[in-house]
Write a protein that binds this ligand. Structure first.
Ligand code: ZN
Length: 677
């Protein structure tokens, strides 16, 4: 569960969660991509609907956003104990160097700093490997020594440490080592443990758990602290992240803004924010649970947020949580779409092209919640998840459930940023297909995902005596195919227009052309040379596309076209293709309902696995020639209160488009921790 992380790929997003969208949004002239370096693109996102929020909610968003920015230093320090010293040394050089700023080595230094900002440290945010600088240590020392010592202040004492951190390849090579058999704490450079071996940490928390054995409501032991061994006495103890504890200067600022937020919030949110403040003040994890329970039960507040030590991906032992923040409000327009789909769940089930005995007599759709993000902070910035599923404590999830939302304005910005990256020009042959994809691609994707998630998986029923699980290793591919086919079939149904969800069949045409092209061809770019298709979502797409290609081959429903030595996939007959989706859905549902393992196996093995090596090589070559950065992150908007007669009369939103300026601003105005903590 947990937050849903994605990597933008193929110039489109491979989201793994339900996602809703709007047909259009207010757009200004600024490009969506504001910076690009190395394997990164930085995108701006818009916050549609903010201007229409009532003043009280605008004010709440503003205060929570300030709180979201105040913990940035915490994450830098959590990722590696000298990250703040490295960042500040680089920033001092960046701001005060008066030498040649056009030299290749300067450009390399600037790029390195941009990467450190993006990763919140010297290790890659995704691979966790230490960055390799493309400038020499000698150059770095020369540049630094040209700047007066007083500019560096206390950083002077850490200069050798900073040089080691940046340049010594054998030191701190990875932030997170998960190789079994090694001491994961000693070999990981994250700062969650200090001087403690893995065995010592395991013993420490085993004792904590034993002392609490039988408690049906256990707190998340160790979540909000560093575990330290006193070098002299050998005593092992926790340094708790709280007011007066570790990271106190940043937490003080977070609490300051949370108090302002609590003052304008309505119940039950007010009480929840106060519980969160109490947790920050005391470090008491019971208070964190109290906050989480209140948060998960609150389904009425329009403005919502995450602020705290939440996800444990960065700790090799999966215990200690990185600091993150996110401020958002409900996207009512997009939620409307999943509600409409859900309300009509029975109609879709009754009209499904599967055998009547395998339709559900009574079906209930799931309605996905969609939010608009207004501020990203900590481990959600600049790289961010596109969905949130919290809280993480198992007993709270079991007892009170969880909140699951998808973030629409972020996927929208990803999609916008992907337009014009050359992908569709390279792989889509016909101009009318390209136009439809530009215009309706995201809506088609979103709607297809909604149908897949809200209805597809829940549709259908098993024959008497069939338990499920009969399809074994082919089960997940066939299940994804079933949900995808349900979505594809209904995406082109006149009912979609009737319900007001799409303007015309053109939306389905955009979705179908993209789906088939991806399944037959472009998704191969993600597969390493020499490998077959293994991942179940990819297998499912290939299965559907190949099966429909073969079934429609005589009438050229789908056609391979070669032009100027390049291969393209085109759909010639969208209506027939839709009928083929229906036929395959009928068969896949039968296979599932009857637990027909042999038929399922045959389908997958025949259509979903084997890669044509020549096509594979061609797709990879054409894709990688486009130079599309695989990772994306975001610059935040800024909120400016309009003060009249000593009180906030309005909050304006502005969209900066300068990554470097935002990073320098945050480092100047939202940086509260000492160099070493
Ligand atoms: Zn699925």
């Amino acid at each position: 569960m947990k937050t849903i992380r994605i990597i933008a790929f193929m110039g489109m997003i491979s989201a793994v969660a339900a996602s809703c969208g709007r047909v259009s949004t207010s757009e200004n002239e600024t490009p969506w991509i504001v910076d690009r370096f190395d394997d990164i693109k930085v995108i701006r996102y818009e916050v549609p609907g903010f201007d229409r929020l009532p003043l009280q909610e605008k004010e709440l968003v503003y205060y929570l956003s300030e709180a979201a920015k105040c913990g940035r230093d915490i994450l830098f320090d959590q990722n590696f104990k000298y990250n703040l010293a490295v960042r500040r040394t680089l920033e001092t050089i960046y701001e005060h160097y008066v030498g040649d700023r056009s030299a290749a080595e300067w450009t390399a230094l600037e790029k390195y700093l941009k990467k450190v900002w993006f990763a919140n440290g010297i290790h890659h945010h995704y691979s966790n490997d230490k960055f390799v600088p493309e400038f020499t240590e000698e150059y770095f020392r020369t540049v630094a020594s040209s700047i007066p010592d007083e500019r560096f202040g206390e950083l002077n004492d850490l200069f050798e440490t900073v040089c080691d951190a940046i340049f010594a390849p054998s030191l701190y090579p990875t932030r997170l080592n998960q190789a079994a058999g090694e001491d994961l704490l000693v070999t990981s450079s994250s700062n969650y443990y200090e001087g403690v071996t893995q065995a010592e940490a395991e013993r420490f928390y085993a004792a904590v758990a034993a002392a609490d054995a039988g408690n049906p409501e256990p707190v998340s032991y160790g979540l909000n602290s560093q575990l330290v061994k006193d070098a002299k006495t050998g005593r092992i103890y926790e340094r708790t992240w709280k007011l007066g504890g570790m990271y106190s200067p940043a937490i003080e600022r977070i609490v300051y803004w949370l108090k302002k937020a609590a003052a304008v919030a309505a119940e039950p949110q007010k009480t929840n924010i106060e519980a969160l403040i109490s947790y920050y003040e005391t470090g008491d994890l019971k208070e964190f649970d109290r906050y989480n329970i209140g948060w998960v039960k609150d389904t009425v507040s329009n403005v919502d947020f995450v602020n705290g030590f939440i996800e444990d991906y960065g700790d090799p032992m999966g215990r200690k949580a990185s600091w993150e923040a996110n401020v958002n409000f409900m996207d009512k327009e997009a939620c409307h779409r999943t509600e409409v789909i859900s309300e009509n769940a029975q109609w879709f089930e009754d009209h499904s092209p599967v055998a009547p005995e395998y339709r559900k007599a009574k079906v209930k759709g799931v309605s996905a919640k969609v939010i608009t993000v207004a501020m990203l902070g900590g481990d959600c910035y600049p790289a961010t998840p596109i969905g949130i599923n919290l809280p993480n404590a198992d007993w709270i999830r079991k007892e009170y459930g969880s909140k699951s939302v998808t973030i629409d304005n972020i996927t929208y910005a990803y999609d916008k940023a992907a337009q014009g990256n050359g992908f569709t020009e390279e792989f889509v042959l016909r101009a009318d297909d390209r136009e439809r994809m530009d215009k309706y691609g995201k809506l088609a994707d979103d709607l297809h995902t909604d149908l897949h998630e809200c209805l597809g998986h829940g549709s259908g029923q098993l024959a008497q005596g069939v338990k499920g699980g009969e399809l074994k290793s082919y089960g997940s591919t066939l299940e994804e195919a079933r949900a995808d086919l349900f979505g594809l079939y209904y995406l082109g149904d006149p009912k979609m227009v009737e319900l007001g969800l799409v303007p015309s069949f053109d939306v389905a045409k955009a979705g179908y052309a993209r789906y088939i092209m991806n399944g037959l061809m472009t998704q191969l770019a993600r597969i390493e040379p020499g490998k077959q298709v293994e991942e179940s979502h990819m297998r499912n797409r290939k299965l559907i596309a190949e099966w429909c290609y073969e079934r429609g081959a005589a009438d050229k429903v789908i056609e391979w076209v070669e032009q100027d030595g390049k291969r393209y996939v085109v759909v010639n007959d969208f209506e027939r293709l839709r009928a083929l989706f229906g036929e395959l859905l009928h068969e896949v549902q039968r296979i599932k309902s009857e637990g027909d393992y042999e038929a399922g196996k045959a389908l997958v093995e025949q259509y979903a696995v084997q890669v044509d090596p020549a096509l594979h090589a061609e797709v990879r070559e054409r894709y990688y020639a486009l130079g599309i950065e695989p990772y994306g992150g975001f610059v935040n908007p800024e909120f400016e209160p309009v003060v009249e007669d000593g009180r906030i009369a309005d909050v304006k939103i502005v969209y900066p488009a300068d990554y470097v300026a935002q990073m320098l601003d945050y480092s100047k105005n939202y940086s509260f921790l000492p160099n070493v903590n």
